[in-house]
Ligand binder design. Structure first.
Ligand code: HEM
Length: 152
């Protein structure tokens, strides 16, 4: 018993590698991770600079009189979403081919559920998030309609 446990302990770190046939199979798609990471971090850096700029214009100037800064802030809204998606790609693609590092490869962890079930849960999520999106846009438009004065 003790012997078996010792064998298990010794080889546990190699457990998941038994599922692969060639060493190349454990290399993640490097270019996708690389570019996604750079997109995410570039936008992250841009946000740090933008927030500092906006803070300066709020505290030291009357930001209402600087449309360029306001437009920069406005047009940066989508960048947050793009950065989040890029970050998610970094995390998901970068960890390939593992679902659990060194233990369970993704192709072993993948569901055996039929396409119908997957389509159903996808549709439900799509509906739910569309409703949330509509609510969010409504809230933002109401807030924008109030303008600067209404915000105080
Ligand atoms: C400022 C520079 C940034 C750095 C250095 C950075 C760093 C990282 C790293 C290292 C990961 C991978 C974590 C892992 O190992 O799984 C990651 C994931 C992620 N990042 Fe960034 N990030 C930055 C900016 C941003 C920004 C601005 C956003 C979104 C507005 C963002 C959203 C995400 C998301 C959603 C993930 C995936 C998390 C997950 O699913 O586990 N990141 N980030």
């Amino acid at each position: 018993m003790k012997e078996n446990e010792a064998i298990l302990q010794t080889h546990m770190k190699d457990f998941g590698y038994g599922y692969f046939e060639k060493p190349e199979q454990i290399i993640p798609p490097i270019a996708i991770s690389f570019y996604s990471f750079h997109i995410m971090v570039s936008f992250g850096m841009w946000f740090i600079a933008l927030f500092a700029l906006v803070l300066f214009f709020i505290l030291k100037r009357d930001i209402k009189n600087y449309p360029l800064v306001l437009y920069a802030a406005l047009w940066s809204i989508p960048l947050g979403y793009i950065a989040a998606e890029a970050g998610w790609i970094v995390a998901e693609v970068g960890r390939q081919p593992w679902a659990i590092q060194d233990l369970m490869p993704t192709h072993i962890a993948a569901t055996h559920l039929g396409g119908g079930n997957v389509a159903l849960s996808f549709t439900l999520f799509a509906i739910l998030f569309t409703v949330l999106l509509i609510a969010e846009i409504k809230i933002m438009l109401r807030q924008i309609a109030k303008g600067f004065e209404g915000a105080h």
